[in-house]
Design a protein around this ligand. Structure first.
Ligand SMILES: [Zn+2]
Length: 293
């Protein structure tokens, strides 16, 4: 059996109507998603945004999972330093990190990180009546202190490491980068040294695509799915609702093709990340522990 997890970031931020379009698509497809929700985007708590509250309640009723995504999401350095392939598509952040790395350090003390996570949790509890068990950082910027704080606060899993950076090279339209899967990173869930389960994602495939991009980006996703399946590992995709809907709904076409392809292979199960962790529990117990990559 191959496990397929569709994940999507940034609900709580701009354009809720585009999130509704994604929910409609997933309902048609019968595919559950894991949504990484920002609790305090735009300096306003989630419960001050009725359109988002209604959509997130619908998402839960539809069988999707909601997880914790940063706090304000205003800076890519909110919970750590994004990986190099991410900084390459955010030039301002890259310049800041290269010219003044000390300027981000105050964001990453245990006290500051815990405060942001606790404040986010209060908003989730107050708005939606539950506390998420999973976390993803804005722009995937993580640090050891964030992993340790997640473990200390009882988060069960994190999904922040990237198996195939090529998705971001594609965003830069560098299709010939020829970058390999991340060396040293297990391409499957593993127990992070801090104590949480890390669920690496394969890549981002649908960032503001045009008609001409569909087949190329489908092929990148398909190759990752095939390689995961051949090795008996889960496949985990990252996406952003606003970059794949509306005038950019070409991204939904990539997923339509990918879901169809996965079903054609047979014995595929579409799951949320908490379901993925539960399904992989036996394997995790025998997994090596490694430090932060
Ligand atoms: Zn995000």
């Amino acid at each position: 059996m191959t496990i397929f997890a569709f994940t999507n970031d940034d609900p709580g931020m701009q354009q809720p109507e585009l999130f509704a379009e994604l929910l409609d698509f997933l309902a048609d497809q019968g595919v559950p998603g894991t949504f990484f929700v920002v609790p305090y985007a735009g300096q306003q708590p989630l419960d001050a945004k009725p359109a988002w509250v209604a959509l997130l309640q619908r998402a839960m009723a539809d069988g999707h999972e909601l997880a914790h995504h940063g706090y304000t999401h205003e800076t890519p350095f909110e919970f750590g330093v994004p990986p190099g392939f991410m900084l390459d598509i955010i030039p301002d952040a890259k310049t800041r990190w290269q010219s003044n790395p000390a300027s981000v350090a105050p964001l990453h003390t245990a006290e500051v990180l815990r405060h942001k996570l606790e404040a986010g949790r209060v908003i989730f509890q107050r708005t939606l009546g539950f506390i998420p068990t999973g976390f993803r950082s804005p722009c995937l910027g993580m640090c050891d202190t964030t992993y340790a704080t997640l473990a200390d606060m009882g988060f069960q899993w994190s999904s922040n490491q990237v198996i195939n950076p090529m998705g971001w090279r594609y965003i830069n339209r560098d299709y010939a980068a020829g970058e390999s899967w991340t060396p040293g990173l297990p391409p499957r869930p593993f127990r992070h040294a801090a104590g949480v389960t890390e669920i690496p994602m394969h890549s981002e495939y649908t960032w503001y695509l045009t008609e001409d991009d569909v087949e190329r980006h489908f092929q990148l996703a398909k190759a990752d799915f095939d390689r995961a399946r051949a090795n008996g590992n889960p496949f985990v995709a990252l996406s952003h609702y606003y970059a794949m809907t509306g005038q950019w709904a070409t991204g939904l076409r990539v997923y339509e093709k990918l879901f169809d392809y996965a079903r054609q292979q047979g014995d595929v199960q579409f799951v949320t990340l908490s379901q993925l962790v539960a399904a992989q529990k036996e394997k995790l117990n025998h997994e090596l522990t490694i430090g932060n990559g």
